[in-house]
Design a protein around this ligand. Sequence first.
Ligand SMILES: *Cc1c(COP(=O)(O)O)cnc(C)c1O
Ligand code: SF4
Length: 345
Amino acid sequence: MTASRTLRTPSELADAQLIKRDRLAGLEQVAARYAVAITPALAELLDTSNPHDPMARQFVPNEQELELHPDESPDPIGDDAHSPIEGVVHRYPDRVLLKIVNACAVYCRFCFRREMVGPGRGGLSCAELAAALDYIRATPQIWEVILTGGDPLVLSPRRLKEVITRLAEIDHVKVIRVHTRVPVAVPERVTAALVQALRSAKASFVVLHANHPRELTKQARAACARFIDAGIPMLSQSVLLRGVNDDVETLGALMRALVECRIKPYYLHHADLAPGTAHLRTTIAEGQALLRALHGRTSGLCQPAYMLDIPGGYGKSPIGPNYLSADGSMVEDFNGRRHAYRGVA
Ligand SMILES: *Cc1c(COP(=O)(O)O)cnc(C)c1O
Ligand code: SF4
């Protein structure tokens, strides 16, 4: 369907015929809790004739979001426990997250920060940003700064340039990474000015969040090419989601499409225990079986690491699958055949 502007309320979704009016009351309850936004580029991808449309599952609110499970948490990956100062999350020794804005172009129904993000949530004030930069400046082991949010690319190129310039001035910061969904959600935002804002004397990387091959439209691919052609390499992260990409054909097509765009698949995240997202989660065993199947049939360039962000703030770990037996004496090949291995130490 075609929309001329971002849809932000259940009644706008009903007007656009993306939901039936009899669902309005339930979905108003969902929208009161978790932000909604579907950009024109994403609305274009919705297939209303398919009740199981993978795009709708990602972006259109659902009554199931009101079902809370006991293991779910408003801060599923424990950001708060590792925040030394407003806007900074410092969990690993050599890198920090810098959350400059809490708004996104689109609100994903499975978002692990869904309790924190939303259009009215603002971002760092000038004073808070200055304090966050002071913290980074005063902490020499910080080698990399990851701009995340929210989605940093909803900021104006002028504002981004200012933040990146100030980061690049810090001697020990060598790498600046930006996590974003903007190239798929609002490809036209990736202008020459935005690309210029991200270029700096330090190594900058853009990491695209994309979960389904249909997200990589002609316009999204062109937006990514603008970064890469300007010398900004791209990686991707995806979330493994039930009914969206939890079959090897879709997952393989997604990874291939990314590589065709010169984007190296980086992480496939196991879905976090965010409130009201159980209907979108798979089991870890299902995830491992998918990764195994992907390894069996797809180029090494197309293999992301399957990651679990350990609840409680302990960080991310790769969770397999594992091809080597615990004692190191047997290894499995890509066809699933097992072989004895005797390494010489
Ligand atoms: C995910 C995350 C990072 C980035 O981790 P990488 O494994 O380097 O991609 C850094 N800091 C925090 C707090 C994170 O949650
Ligand atoms: S773009 Fe990222 S931060 Fe924003 S709603 Fe989606 S997953 Fe959450």
